[in-house]
Design a protein around this ligand. Structure first.
Ligand SMILES: Nc1ncnc2c1ncn2[C@@H]1O[C@H](COP(=O)(O)OP(=O)(O)OP(=O)(O)O)[C@@H](O)[C@H]1O
Ligand SMILES: [Mg+2]
Length: 228
């Protein structure tokens, strides 16, 4: 099954003004279910813009985007947040955690209005903290965590609703080598579970990973190379 399809997608920031800027130009891309794709390209080439459109955090100026069979390029905001809550997990370079809450409390934040009972929420939290290798810090306040641990807390939070598609934007930019390698291990186990993963990165550690099925190179808003 195809998980993500982009057809002739353009993104123009500040369209119709003198500051108009074409950040994505005629993007065609297909990602199959279970694939792990690396998006590479220099700063400003459009990687984060592309991820934000797939996450429906922003809308394309032209073209079509479908994810998991759902056309998302024109979703009204309310539906866009429902789509994210159901389908997408996002891992950023900055973790956006609530510093004075515990790891576990941060992890369950996305489910606060889910209607699930506390037992179900607790079970989901245990599962995702386990996956993100942070269970041993469950009750610790986030402000007392190391950078790598904060990121693993953010990963557990991104996984709690069991998303099918995981988007990572420069996930290792603030990590040392040991923590970056640990992150890659977590990615591998998510891949082994059948998750679809797209990672925007310029970290050379992602080159030649056996579970990466293709590397998409971006330059100046275009896909210039798409290699398996
Ligand atoms: N909200 C915005 N308004 C106007 N221009 C923007 C906006 N967001 C991004 N851009 C521009 O679009 C281009 C692509 O930005 P984007 O953040 O997608 O690049 P990137 O490949 O993720 O770069 P980096 O590797 O530095 O994260 C850049 O030239 C940027 O200045
Ligand atoms: Mg970026």
């Amino acid at each position: 099954m195809i998980m993500v399809v982009l057809e002739n997608v353009n993104k123009i920031y500040n369209e119709g003004t003198p500051r108009a800027f074409e950040a994505l130009k005629s993007i065609d891309l297909e990602v199959s279910e279970g694939e792990c794709v690396v998006l590479s390209g220099v700063s400003g080439s459009g990687k984060s813009t592309l991820l934000s459109l797939i996450a429906a955090l922003d809308k394309p100026s032209r073209g079509k985007i479908a994810v998991n069979g759902e056309l998302i390029s024109k979703l009204p905001d309310l539906h866009a947040s429902a789509y994210r809550a159901k389908t997408i997990g996002v891992i950023f370079q900055h973790f956006n955690l609530l510093e004075s809450l515990s790891v576990e409390e941060n992890v369950i934040v996305p489910l606060i209005n889910s209607g699930f009972d506390m037992r179900t929420i607790k079970a989901l939290a245990d599962k995702s903290m386990e996956l993100a290798a942070i269970s041993h810090k469950a009750s610790q306040e986030v402000k007392a965590l190391s950078g790598g641990e904060k990121q693993r807390c953010a990963i557990a939070r991104a996984l709690i609703h069991e998303p099918k598609l995981i988007l990572c934007d420069e996930p290792t930019a603030n990590l040392d080598r040991a923590n970056s390698l640990k992150f890659i291990e977590i990615l591998q186990s998510l891949h082994d579970m059948g998750k679809t993963i797209i990672v925007a990165t310029h970290d050379p550690l992602f080159e030649g990973l056996p579970f990466v099925s293709k590397v998409v190179h971006m330059e100046d808003g275009r896909i210039v190379k798409n290699e398996r």
